[in-house]
Design a protein around this ligand. Structure first.
Ligand code: C2E
Ligand code: SIN
Ligand code: SIN
Ligand code: FE
Length: 439
């Protein structure tokens, strides 16, 4: 009854394992079960001679590995972003297989290339996806165990050259879910105390399968985040009826807002939400006639009346959602032209009555408006823009946030430079006006 060691599937599994084939999770479990059962039998039978020392050591090693695998699988499943997940994959593979190094290669299907970042600390290597040991491991979907890398023709010393590392023994497995596509490869380098053994190969298969699941999930999460962000930015860009410059303006305001929020002590999740909510601050400009938005000169009284409506107009578009991001966008849209001293619009809110997110975006938005060229003004120099911002503390802006701005000013300037608008095609406008009044 139950599982018999001579069961046919055992042979299939064993044979596959010996040939380095990919095992299904069930097959691995059966295999492990059989392994444990066999070892257990040794204990149950008092007449049996004491098991050879190396078998006891093997068993201990398996136990160590399985418990690490369980720990790390849990940790991997908790990582949603790819970079930090890859960090866990690398650390756990090294520990479980007692290897000096681990590299994760992720397949870029469009380019038919593999990239690897973690192994070299920040620096990304790219290699063709169908060549070398990694390529073969992926194409044939099997583990490749190499005792001496430099004696093997398939070994590509490029990676060593890029990382300044000397590879000796090398174990490579494809990263693939059970019946899923290959999404990359995993490589452990330089086993401590000798080359990789057959047991290492089996363990590595098991590990790579778990890692592949986690990586696939993280990639899905990344894709969704990117699609989400893209949609938001497109929507917000539509509101300003112009393309290129707006996209950069929104990117800058988003990044400034995140930096200020972080410096003001908001947690990472809140900052991330604000980075996504802030691009929608001017979505209400959809309701402002183009002729006003694009007027090269100052607005007259009736034009300002229209302009004053854009915060509420935008907030109404975003209102009544259950989604926290949209709710935050609504508060940002409605409050981003309020001023700390109560002289802003549309509601003349004062101080803390203005939601924090709106106070942050106000600062980010004005800094960007000042340092950018607009159809109605040219850009201020950076010192002039900073002067206006700093002098606005306690009047236009929350003074605490102006302090936060100062603490991250160098990061803000870096964003400004990285995401600068292209050099203007039309001739430059006359110098910026010295004073700027709403009236
Ligand atoms: P915007 O161009 O994105 O400017 C956002 C905010 O940045 C402005 O809000 C204002 O607080 C600040 N800002 C922009 N330029 C200057 C400046 O030269 N000096 C100073 N001290 N602050 C500046 P505001 O004033 O409520 O304007 C809201 C929106 O109304 C502007 O968004 C823009 O779309 C429009 N707008 C404002 N003034 C004019 C103008 O003279 N002509 C035209 N065509 N549109 C204007
Ligand atoms: C992030 O910026 O942390 C995630 C959003 C993205 O996918 O760009
Ligand atoms: C985001 O990060 O998700 C929004 C844009 C940015 O600041 O990167
Ligand atoms: Fe606005």
């Amino acid at each position: 009854m139950g599982f018999r060691p001579r069961h046919r599937s055992y042979f299939v599994v064993k044979q596959k394992a010996e040939r380095g084939y990919f095992l299904s999770k069930n097959a691995v479990l059966i295999y492990l079960w059989k392994f444990i059962k066999t070892s257990g039998r040794l204990k149950e039978m008092p007449n049996d001679p004491t098991p050879p020392l190396n078998e006891v050591a093997d068993l201990r090693e398996w136990k160590r590995r399985l418990s690490l695998l369980l720990d790390y699988t849990r940790q991997m499943s908790l990582r949603k972003d790819l970079d930090s997940l890859l960090g866990v994959v690398v650390d756990s593979a090294r520990e479980i297989l007692q290897a000096e190094r681990c590299s994760v290669f992720i397949l870029d299907k469009k380019k038919n290339e593999l990239w690897s970042r973690v192994a070299t600390g920040g620096h990304t290597i790219r290699i063709p996806a169908d060549r070398g040991i990694v390529g073969q491991s992926i194409l044939e979907r099997r583990v490749i165990n190499i005792v001496d890398a430099y004696a093997d023709k398939r070994f590509n010393p490029e990676v060593d050259r890029a990382s300044g590392y000397r590879t000796q023994s090398l174990l490579t497995a494809p990263l693939a879910k059970m019946r899923g596509d290959v999404i990359g490869a995993l490589q452990v380098l330089n086993k401590k105390g000798g080359p990789f053994q057959e047991n290492d190969e089996k363990m590595f298969i098991l590990f790579a399968e778990q890692a592949a699941s986690a990586v696939a999930n993280a990639q899905l999460h990344d894709d969704l985040q990117t699609a989400y962000k893209d949609t938001i930015f497109r929507l917000a860009a539509a509101a300003e009826f112009k393309d290129h410059d707006t996209r950069l303006h929104l990117e800058r305001v988003s990044r400034y807002s995140r930096l200020i929020a972080g410096a003001a002590g908001q947690d990472e999740e809140w900052c991330e939400r604000l980075a996504l909510a802030s691009p929608m601050h001017d979505i209400g400009k959809l309701g402002v006639p183009d002729a006003i938005l694009k007027k090269p000169g100052k607005l007259d009284e009736s034009e300002w009346k229209e302009m004053y409506r854009h915060p509420n107009y935008g907030a109404d578009i975003l209102a009544n959602s259950e989604n926290e991001l949209l709710l935050m966008s609504e508060r940002v849209a409605r409050g981003h032209h309020e001023k700390w001293d109560g002289t802003g619009y549309p509601s003349k809110l004062k101080g803390d009555a203005i939601p924090l997110e709106a106070r942050i975006v106000a600062l980010a938005d004005v800094f960007d408006a000042l340092t950018s060229r607009r159809c109605y003004k040219s850009a201020f120099s950076l010192p002039d823009a900073l002067k206006i911002i700093y002098e606005g503390a306690g009047k236009h802006f929350d003074p605490t946030l102006v302090e936060a701005f100062k603490r991250v000013a160098s990061n803000i300037i870096q964003v400004m430079e990285t995401f600068a608008d292209r050099p203007l095609d039309p001739p430059p406008l006359p110098a910026a006006p010295k004073t700027y009044n709403i009236e």
